[in-house]
Every structure is written in structure tokens, then in C-alpha cells.
Unconditional design. Structure first.
Length: 190
């Protein structure tokens, strides 16, 4: 009997949504960023004690596991959404691209080792919205416009996500987050 119809891609692909396979199989690019932050940098720049940051990370990761979260992170979706809009990416892919695994370890010298893995970063540097003049200009500022630049672009996004995760987690661990919202009146109804 001759073939009458077929589907190349179905709901099993995970396109534009998080599935059970997103973390293990991924789509697009898998990228990891790592850094080591000396204790003095944590204290001076992020205003957090290394032990407090470590404690908060352990609380975050255990509560994420208890909630059944796919991945472990605070707000990489904010970073990814901003970069996607600015660089002409498919905004509908923010959801699946925002699956991430943030990891933090307190070292013997009180420095912090941190890493973030984005297993499903769906990005491009040619075609689609990347050709819109303003979005292409942003890609050029990253040094990522054109063919052969997608891995560099993914690395830039991972580094940006790492920075926001560390900043937000430090603010939460040192109580700066709640204090800032209280001081700026965001908790007071008008």
C-alpha cells in the first residue's frame, strides 16, 4: 500500500514547551557557564556571605526538587526573554529555553564555584527576526551576527543567566531582595 501521509515532527519534539525529555535530550544548543567567585568579591560586590549563599542554594534546590520542578534556577526566564526580544529570537521558545540547572558549591577557602547549564537553548544568528535592523544591531553588539556565531551567542546568554542567578540569589540570601521591595514601596497597595 502506498504511503498516504506522514508527520515529520509531532508533539514529542517538545517544541515551545517543557517536556520530560527537555532536560535529558534537549533541543537547540546545550551550553554551560562556570565561574569561581572569591569570598571578598561576594562580600564587596554582591553583599552576601559565602555561607549564606550556600545555605540559600541548598534550600532552593531541595524545595525545587520537592515541587517537581524541571531544572533548578530562580529567574533565567527573565534573562532569556530579554535577550530573545532584543536579538530577534522566537519569543515562543522562551519557555523551553528557560529550563536550566544552576549549581553552587562552597569551597574550602570560602570562594563559591557556580555553574549553569541550559540544555535546550533554541537560538539562531541568521534568518527570521535576526534580520530586523534593531535586532541585528544587538546581535552585532554581542559579536554574534551571522553564520557560525550561534555557539558564541549561546555562551553569552549562559553568562548573562549566570550573572542574574548569582545576583538574585545573593539578594535573597542576604535579605536585600525583600528590603529593596519594602523600601521602594512595592509591597504597599495604592
Amino acid at each position: 500500500m502506498p504511503l498516504k501521509s506522514f508527520a515529520i515532527e509531532t508533539g514529542h519534539s517538545g517544541d515551545k514547551r517543557v517536556t520530560g525529555l527537555t532536560l535529558s535530550r534537549g533541543r537547540g544548543i546545550r551550553v554551560t557557564a562556570e565561574c569561581v567567585l572569591p569570598a571578598q568579591v561576594l562580600r564587596d560586590e554582591l553583599k552576601v556571605e559565602p555561607a549564606a549563599l550556600d545555605k540559600y542554594f541548598r534550600l532552593l534546590s531541595s524545595s525545587e526538587a520537592a515541587a517537581g520542578s524541571v531544572g533548578c534556577c530562580i529567574n533565567i526566564a527573565n534573562s532569556i526573554a530579554g535577550v530573545f526580544i532584543a536579538t530577534g529570537q522566537d519569543i515562543a521558545c522562551v519557555h523551553e529555553s528557560s529550563v536550566g540547572i544552576f549549581h553552587l558549591e562552597l569551597q574550602a577557602d570560602s570562594s563559591i564555584y557556580a555553574s549553569i547549564t541550559l540544555p535546550c537553548l533554541v537560538v539562531g544568528t541568521v534568518g527570521g527576526g535576526t534580520g530586523v535592523p534593531q535586532q541585528n544591531e544587538c546581535l552585532q553588539m554581542f559579536g554574534c551576527a551571522g553564520a557560525g556565531k550561534v555557539m558564541r551567542f549561546a555562551e553569552c546568554i549562559a553568562a548573562y543567566c549566570m550573572g542574574l542567578e548569582l545576583s538574585t540569589m545573593s539578594a535573597l540570601a542576604s535579605d536585600q531582595f525583600a528590603q529593596a521591595h519594602e523600601r521602594m514601596g512595592r509591597n504597599r497597595p495604592q
